[in-house]
Design a protein around this ligand. Structure first.
Ligand code: MG
Length: 357
């Protein structure tokens, strides 16, 4: 045996072994703890919440929503919906569906939602009438009235592709046309990611959507260029992360049923968009003591409170109960039997201000 060769072979083998071990060990080390919070297969990691998934719809019967969903329409009433200004809608609910009434305007949810999973079912009018954009036109909007997934009778009805059923209107045609004939119930399952804006209004991340039409993928995590609109690509303008969802009145009696939403991310506090007329009834000056006043103003669709020299936005959890997000302040407005706002209590009644003007 040649000792020097043996030594060289051994050295090479050892080196190869070390390289092999290094190649083998390095990824293992990297994979062993991909999340610094948890070990792989960590048994102390919280178990996923248990959710009853509900049931699928059939042509004759609407399914049941998952147990953790907010049911927006269960076939009975329009209590979760309002006109865009917050007043009662003229859309009708009967026989398990809600129907757009021409000229009544969009309907929006009272409650606001950020990133979410939305299930909605619709049926196009029968007999089909009109052509192109004029046949069974409606829409599902996120961001109040900014980002539309097109509802249209696209069964044998050619129109511009970025305006057909399942399109992100004016931006992305659906990957396929999975439309059913008019009169049949169809579904959209939509994952919506709200755009994010800096405090100064600059866009941080755009809105995104994934859409299944009748269970078929038609939008795969597309990035919206801004609000959807006709004839133009409008730029983003800043808005709240949580906004109502709305359905479009485009003049056609489109029907909806079985609408539910699951908000994604951390458990959210219920947040309503109230009518500006109601918000205006709270605007004014409230006197806690002669030298201690609370000022309430309206800023768009929200109230702003100034107390002890600090200003903060208020978010509505009910028509009378509000909370701040920048400080742990809650407040309740009280009204007289005649409907006049008389006082506000802040911090669970620790400070009560009487409305003086
Ligand atoms: Mg539309």
């Amino acid at each position: 045996m040649n000792n020097s060769m043996f030594g060289l072979e051994a050295l090479r083998a050892g080196f190869a072994g070390m390289v092999g071990a290094a190649c083998w060990l390095a990824p293992l080390g990297a994979l062993a703890q991909p999340d610094p919070q948890w070990l792989g297969h960590d048994r102390s990691r919280p178990a996923p919440a248990v959710v009853d998934p509900g049931t699928a719809s059939t042509p004759d019967r609407a399914g049941r929503a998952p147990s953790d969903a907010v049911v927006l329409f269960d076939g009975k009433d329009l209590s979760a919906w309002a006109s865009m200004d917050g007043s009662p809608t003229r859309w009708i609910a009967r026989d398990g569906y809600m129907e757009c009434v021409q000229g009544s305007g969009y309907v929006r949810t009272l409650e606001c939602f950020g990133d979410c999973q939305l299930h909605v079912e619709y049926a196009s009018p029968v007999p089909a009438s009109g052509d192109g954009q004029g046949r069974g036109n409606s829409g599902v909007f996120f961001g109040l009235d900014r980002y539309e997934v097109q509802v249209l009778d696209s069964f044998g009805n050619r129109t511009y592709s970025d305006g057909s059923a399942g399109s992100v209107y004016g931006q992305y045609p659906p990957l396929v046309n999975a439309s059913r004939p008019p009169g049949q119930w169809q579904s959209f399952d939509i994952l919506y990611t709200a755009p994010r804006f800096q405090a100064g209004g600059q866009l941080v991340s755009p809105a995104r959507m994934t859409v299944f039409h009748n269970g078929v993928l038609v939008q795969n995590n597309v990035e919206l260029t801004g609000p959807t609109s006709w004839l133009e690509r409008a730029p983003y303008s800043p808005h709240s992360e949580k906004t109502p969802i709305s359905l479009q009145d485009h003049g056609n009696p489109v029907r909806y049923r079985n609408i539910w939403v699951r908000e994604l991310g951390k458990p959210a506090r219920r947040e309503l968009m109230l009518a500006r007329s109601l918000l205006d009834s709270y605007v004014g000056t409230y006197e806690v003591t002669r030298n201690n006043q609370i000022e309430v103003a309206r800023a768009g669709d929200q109230l702003q409170m100034r107390f002890h020299g600090v200003s903060f936005l208020l978010f509505a959890e009910s028509p009378t109960h509000f909370f701040a997000k920048t400080t742990d302040v809650q407040c309740d407005f009280q009204k007289s039997a005649a409907g006049q706002t008389i006082s506000v209590s802040v911090g669970e009644g620790a400070h009560v201000g009487r409305k003086v003007r």
